[in-house]
Design a protein around this ligand. Structure first.
Ligand SMILES: NC(=O)c1ccc[n+]([C@@H]2O[C@H](COP(=O)([O-])OP(=O)(O)OC[C@H]3O[C@@H](n4cnc5c(N)ncnc54)[C@H](OP(=O)(O)O)[C@@H]3O)[C@@H](O)[C@H]2O)c1
Length: 314
């Protein structure tokens, strides 16, 4: 395959480049800076410049590719966010998807993979949901819903195969979000809000990437949820992560106090369950995650950080 990846220098993107390249596919990665270029090259891809908001420029960069992947984002890496912090990410989801699907059509690509998030269909009452559940419109995720719609419309007009992969909560040794949680745990600034019983659907980013590779190698039209094999209560994840880091146990704070300090959206994130599984993706693609639960994932992350620290000390 010849694969074009927007977001190739990101936490997910670098893994995509590496895994596709390791499996013998040629990869072109969108890069906006010399730093991004190096990241794509180091992962085994060929960097190319293009404007994500200009279909012509994308088509020029992606010319010759049969598979196009949208994995770009600009998710704010801080605890308290405002709608303004999300504006560019929303634009990347809406306009970026429109331009990238247009570019895929222009170059005659056969397959388009759209990144999305499982929260798109998470019921407000925290009940379980799957790929057949309706989207639950909310301001924070409306752009992801719109991006899915734009991708589906492009599929029906252009005729290429679109797989929408909705991922759970990424975590890995490199991503800004995981480092932010670890730093906050070390400083005892990442409390357990309320009882901490809400569940998260996690996915190690290595496994998110391997799911994209599986979907690209066996193109099928549809929508799948990409998570690991076990939902984890927020309390268990944060306590286990803190213990692995040698950090003190997280404080407990009531929801009203956290709401005042971090805002409604952050509190929601920690107190509303995401109860979905990877059952359909496993069944349809024969895929399974290398890190089946957060326990194996955290072991890998902390071991990587410890090795980095030991290397620095030498
Ligand atoms: N984090 C999660 O928990 C989570 C969960 C599910 C799904 N996702 C989705 O998975 C995708 C990848 O996330 P990530 O964690 O890998 O993000 P990341 O590490 O922040 O990487 C973002 C990537 O997007 C590129 N990008 C940002 N703004 C761009 C623009 N205006 N034009 C072109 N490229 C741009 C960046 O390029 P530069 O290097 O040039 O800045 C980088 O390659 C996102 O679409 C995200 O919504 C994330």
């Amino acid at each position: 395959m010849n694969v074009f990846i927007a977001g190739a220098s990101g936490a997910l993107g670098r893994r995509l480049v590496r895994q596709f390249a390791e499996r013998g596919h040629a990869v072109i990665g969108l890069a906006r800076s010399s730093k991004s270029e190096s990241a794509v090259r180091e992962a085994g891809g060929e960097p190319r410049h293009a404007d994500l908001f200009d279909a012509e420029s994308l088509a020029k960069a992606a010319n010759g590719c049969d598979t196009v992947i949208h994995a770009a984002s600009e998710i704010p890496a801080k605890q308290k966010t405002t709608p303004a912090d999300w504006a560019m990410n929303d634009h990347i989801r809406r306009k970026g998807t429109r331009c990238l699907t247009e570019a895929a059509a222009k170059i005659g690509a056969k397959t388009y993979l759209q990144q999305s998030i499982v929260w798109v269909a998470r019921p407000r009452d925290s009940s379980p949901f799957d790929e057949d559940s309706p989207a639950v419109p909310e301001p924070a995720i409306q752009a992801a819903i719109d991006a899915e719609t734009i991708a589906r419309e492009a599929e029906s007009v252009e005729g290429f195969t679109i797989s929408i992969l909705r991922c759970g909560f990424f975590y890995d040794s490199e991503s800004a979000h995981t480092r932010m949680i670890a730093d906050a745990l070390r400083k005892r600034q990442m409390p357990i809000i309320g009882g901490g019983n809400a569940t998260w659907a996690m996915i190690h980013t290595d496994d998110a990437a391997s799911a994209y590779v599986a979907a690209a190698e066996n193109p099928r039209s549809g929508l799948w949820h990409i998570t690991d094999n076990e939902l984890v209560p927020v309390r268990d994840f944060l306590e286990e992560f803190a213990a692995r880091l040698g950090a003190p146990a997280p404080r407990r704070v009531p929801a009203w106090l956290a709401r005042w300090r971090a805002g409604e959206q952050a509190v929601e994130y920690f107190t509303r369950s995401t109860r979905t599984t990877n059952a359909r993706f496993r069944r349809d693609f024969g895929w399974s995650p290398r890190y089946p639960t957060y326990r194996e994932g955290l072991s890998q992350i902390v071991a990587t950080w410890n090795a980095e620290k030991a290397g620095l000390k030498k």
